[in-house]
Write a protein that binds this ligand. Structure first.
Ligand code: VGL
Ligand code: ZN
Length: 197
């Protein structure tokens, strides 16, 4: 059995979707695909994690304070909420990150649960050794989460049909995928996931 597997949905928040403050082109297209993954993981009783960018109003992550990004995903705002059509189960474990006003914290591994447990500590406690990752954005938070998962010694699989990139520079997403796979990440799609779980 694969009780050591879990789904990690990265930052599928309103501000990263069309109409949001830092919209990822086609970002909302991951929602129906992730909903199918959610159904599969829930059917097997596997845990679901959803990370969220959860910034303070003032942070060096934002352009106005020395960073590269427009303000986005400010904690407690509508833009920071998960996409309304993302069918997160009620027992989804939420991982918040980007709360330190002096750090970017792209990776979910820098995040904590709502009771303050660091994500890597929680994974260890739960005995999770295989992580399946989709969400936003391929070239930032998905990439950094996957790379850090690999560094932690986890088996990490990128759900390639459930990610979209910011693409500040054209090609950033495909470069990010190449970086993840050369670091040791695997890839799967809805068509190939069944044999893995
Ligand atoms: C992200 C840019 C800034 C992400 C977060 O979730 O990929 N990208 N903050
Ligand atoms: Zn951010």
């Amino acid at each position: 059995m694969n009780k050591d597997s879990a789904l990690l949905i990265v930052d599928v928040q309103n501000d990263f979707c069309p109409g949001g403050l830092l919209a990822v082109p086609g970002g909302d297209a991951v929602v129906p695909v992730l909903n199918q993954y959610l159904t599969l993981f829930r059917a097997k009783g596997l845990p679901v994690f959803a990370s969220r960018d959860w910034h303070p109003p003032t942070t060096t992550h934002f352009r106005d304070y020395g960073g590269i990004w427009p303000a986005h995903c400010i904690r407690g705002t509508e833009g920071a909420r998960f996409h309304p059509l993302l069918a997160l189960p009620s027992d989804t474990i939420i991982i918040s990150k980007g709360m330190d006003p002096a750090r970017d914290d792209y990776s979910a591994f820098q995040g904590v649960t709502e009771s303050g447990v660091p994500f890597p500590v929680l994974l260890k406690e739960m005995g999770i050794s295989k992580l399946y990752v989709g969400g936003l954005a391929t070239d930032y938070c998905v990439k950094e989460s996957v790379l850090e998962g690999v560094r932690h010694g986890l088996s990490v699989t990128l759900l390639e049909d459930a990610v979209r990139g910011v693409e500040l520079n054209p090609g950033d997403s495909s470069q990010a995928v190449a970086q993840m796979t050369s670091a040791g990440a695997r890839q799967a799609t809805l068509a190939t996931i069944a044999e893995l779980l």
